[in-house]
Design a protein around this ligand. Structure first.
Ligand SMILES: *[C@@H]1O[C@H](CO)[C@@H](O)[C@H](O)[C@H]1NC(C)=O
Ligand SMILES: *[C@@H]1O[C@H](CO)[C@@H](O)[C@H](O)[C@H]1NC(C)=O
Ligand SMILES: *[C@@H]1O[C@H](CO)[C@@H](O)[C@H](O)[C@H]1NC(C)=O
Ligand SMILES: *[C@@H]1O[C@H](CO)[C@@H](O)[C@H](O)[C@H]1NC(C)=O
Ligand SMILES: *[C@@H]1O[C@H](CO)[C@@H](O)[C@H](O)[C@H]1NC(C)=O
Ligand SMILES: *[C@@H]1O[C@H](CO)[C@@H](O)[C@H](O)[C@H]1NC(C)=O
Ligand SMILES: *[C@@H]1O[C@H](CO)[C@@H](O)[C@H](O)[C@H]1NC(C)=O
Ligand SMILES: *[C@@H]1O[C@H](CO)[C@@H](O)[C@H](O)[C@H]1NC(C)=O
Ligand SMILES: *[C@@H]1O[C@H](CO)[C@@H](O)[C@H](O)[C@H]1NC(C)=O
Ligand SMILES: *[C@@H]1O[C@H](CO)[C@@H](O)[C@H](O)[C@H]1NC(C)=O
Ligand SMILES: *[C@@H]1O[C@H](CO)[C@@H](O)[C@H](O)[C@H]1NC(C)=O
Length: 577
């Protein structure tokens, strides 16, 4: 496998001692499955030897999830950096299904956690030159969403901004200058407290010639500044490259062995590997994280989008780091002992959902909306309806105006990430639509242009036996996607099911198909499947699928509430090759 003798490697620990770490672990990727792209991770000995990761959230709110682990295997969602609309009101008006919060960098310094990130406004640079809003969030308690600060905005033309504290205390921010201007990695100084940046910026490295040099991080080591970046774009040509310099501003000399990490031009199931970050564990062993899609080189079925993968790294003194290629089954350094004693507000990534929306409870922090929610549209256990979540319809449906924009009026959607290749999602619903096109139901949602829905909707329906057209509650199954979608089907709700609580179910029953079913909640034996969605229809772009519920009047005036209860999500298997 390698000419190096792993077991005899000597690694300089973060602390002063020299240790020999064993290379004897086996573990499985992705370590943080589902829509968790652009990972940035750190190890913080001062916080009880804990690893922390941040990932991108695009238009999802709450956003910038922080996961923590003590053993690198069990990751808990401990907080969301972006958790109060007041922190970033402009998230309500992003234009573009892949706009919103892009890559984040998390770093720790003297008791404070820093997260730098970028809010991106639209897909059309020519229509908006002020589309990059860079900012710093801080917290001294990463386990509590509410402890994350208001952002301090700073002027940086670009994205993927990452901070670096030089030995003299100067803070540099290094980021990606956008492709529509002149691509390259640029740098300036940054006052993290005020957002003041230095006069102008300089290009420090333009990479090895791959498209979209981005995701830079700087690591000081052995008298060098190592600058690691992603190139090739976040698709099949994605790769990680590295350069080093004796001064933080360069000149940077590229590693002759670049790229140091890629699955491009392979037949691996894990593709698009890149956008990495490196850190050391308590034993001094180096590890890295990156994003990857479980897509194979075909790159057509990857509904969970870009997920967080972990790989071991060897980095000998004075040498370039060597990153192990990403696979589903990995071997690497001895892992920290299993430890799930991690505080925090959210679930571990492998926990199923059993949500009852009990009176007095709040919505779990792993449920998200698309852009900022209208609070009144989501009520836990409203008067007279204990143990339900009441949704009020948005005028806009999940596609909204043009599949890109929705604006501050919002879209009523609440969902969780799909985090398993195979899963069953279930929820009960009481809903009596009163106006034409009033609709509520369940969805697999990737973006406004890519979603698969099964809803109950009031539609004019011609009864074949009477030949009369009347407004009738119907099941409507339909998909939106850039590629061909299965035909929309409309089926009247059986009369015997009206005024009863219905159970709804979405199942990823194999890797390419979802089934959408419904039936009386007190008679599962009558459940019927109303449509089969294609995972390929929700495999695209930068985000990953969400699974959840929605309510809309489809542009009409309907206001009928939908009451949801007994929300479950159970993972039933991960495909790793
Ligand atoms: C790996 O090696 C270490 C040190 O020898 C040992 O303590 C640990 O149990 C080993 N782990 C496995 C999975 O073999
Ligand atoms: C909605 O609720 C959140 C969380 O409680 C709060 O921060 C926000 O101010 C509320 N928004 C409005 C418009 O009331
Ligand atoms: C959103 O962007 C699209 C182009 O992608 C444009 O046609 C539309 O006018 C924009 N909408 C708003 C509200 O800015
Ligand atoms: C660009 O986006 C900003 C932030 O949303 C907005 O204030 C500004 O009006 C937009 N400009 C154009 C030309 O769309
Ligand atoms: C932001 O920085 C750019 C590049 O240094 C500069 O041209 C621009 O004037 C700055 N904008 C503001 C608002 O300071
Ligand atoms: C990177 O590209 C920019 C724009 O073409 C150029 O101005 C700069 O000199 C290049 N920088 C380096 C370090 O190569
Ligand atoms: C993959 O192969 C293509 C075509 O030969 C080449 O252009 C590209 O550089 C390769 N990518 C990597 C990361 O090796
Ligand atoms: C169609 O009409 C028949 C006869 O009146 C009735 O029994 C049936 O329930 C109607 N179907 C629907 C879907 O309304
Ligand atoms: C249903 O009504 C339409 C319009 O009145 C008529 O053209 C059609 O023949 C009728 N069909 C049946 C099966 O009665
Ligand atoms: C998944 O099931 C569907 C429907 O039965 C079938 O058409 C498809 O080929 C299956 N996909 C795989 C990968 O087996
Ligand atoms: C969304 O709503 C618009 C009207 O607001 C409607 O034209 C469109 O068909 C709906 N599409 C989907 C996929 O929900």
């Amino acid at each position: 496998m390698s000419c190096l003798s792993w077991s005899s490697l000597t690694v300089l620990a973060g602390v002063l001692s020299v240790r020999v770490a064993a290379w004897n672990s086996t573990y499985y990727n992705p370590v943080i499955p589902g829509f968790h792209p652009d990972p940035s991770c750190i190890f913080v000995p001062e916080e009880d030897n804990t690893f922390f990761c941040a990932s991108s959230s695009f238009n999802a709110f709450p956003g910038i999830p922080i996961h923590a682990s003590k053993d690198l295997m069990h990751w808990r969602l401990i907080s969301n950096v972006l958790n109060r609309p007041e922190q970033l009101p402009t998230l309500a008006i992003t234009n573009g299904s892949t706009s919103g919060i892009w890559g984040s960098a998390i770093r720790y310094r003297e008791g404070t956690f820093y997260v730098l990130t970028t809010l991106v406004f639209d897909d059309q640079p020519e229509t908006n030159n002020s589309r990059w809003d860079n900012m710093v969030f801080t917290s001294v308690d990463p386990y509590a969403s509410g402890a994350w600060s208001q952002p301090v905005h700073f002027n940086f033309t670009g994205y993927d901004t990452s901070p670096f504290w030089d030995a003299d205390g100067t803070v540099y921010v290094t980021g990606s200058h956008p492709w529509e201007v002149t691509p390259g990695i640029t740098q300036t100084t940054l006052d993290l407290a005020t957002g003041a940046v230095g006069a102008g910026y300089q290009y420090v490295w333009n990479g090895t010639g791959g498209e979209a040099p981005e995701g830079p991080h700087i690591y000081p080591r052995d008298g060098y500044y190592y600058l690691m970046i992603a190139e090739g774009g976040t698709g099949l040509n994605h790769m990680e490259t590295i350069a080093r310099a004796r001064a933080v501003g360069g000149p940077y000399e590229a590693n002759p062995a670049n790229p140091i990490l890629t699955n491009a031009n392979t037949s691996e199931y894990f593709q698009t590997v890149g956008h990495a970050d490196l850190f050391q564990d308590a034993e001094g062993s180096w590890w890295g994280v990156a994003l990857s899609t479980r897509s194979g080189p075909e790159y057509t079925v990857f509904p969970m989008g870009r997920e967080t993968v972990l790989f071991p790294v060897t980095w000998e003194e004075g040498e370039w780091p060597v990153l192990q290629p990403v696979r589903g089954e990995m071997s690497g350094w001895q892992l920290p002992p299993t430890n799930v004693d991690v505080p925090g507000e959210g679930p571990f990534t492998n926990e199923p959902d059993y949500l009852t929306f009990s009176p007095g409870s709040t919505l779990p922090i792993h449920l998200v909306h698309w852009r900022l929610p209208i609070n009144a549209s989501y009520t836990v256990s409203p008067p007279g309806y204990p143990n339900t979540l009441r949704l009020l319809p948005s005028k806009l449906n999940l596609t909204a105006y043009d599949g890109n924009y929705a604006g501050p009026g919002g879209q009523t959607l609440i969902a969780r990430r799909q985090m398993d290749t195979l899963f069953t999602y279930g929820v009960n619903m009481d809903f009596a639509p009163g106006a034409e096109e009033e609709e509520a139901g369940v969805t697999v949602f990737l973006t406004q242009n890519h979603h698969i829905d099964l809803g109950m909707v009031l539609l004019p329906y011609t009864n074949a036996s009477t030949n009369m057209t009347v407004l009738t509650p119907c099941f409507r199954f339909r998909s939106a996607s850039y590629i061909a979608v299965p035909p929309t089907t409309v089926t009247p709700v059986p009369t015997a099911w009206l005024d009863r609580t219905l159970h709804w179910e979405i199942k990823a029953f194999n890797i390419t198909h979802y089934s959408f079913a419904a039936g009386p909640a007190d008679a599962y034996s009558q459940m019927q499947t109303f449509g089969y969605g294609l995972a390929a229809d929700v495999s695209w772009g930068f985000t990953g699928t969400l699974v959840g519920i929605y309510a809309t009047s489809n542009g009409g005036e309907g206001t009928a509430p939908a009451y949801f209860s007994e929300w479950t999500y159970v993972g039933q298997g991960q495909y790793r090759d």
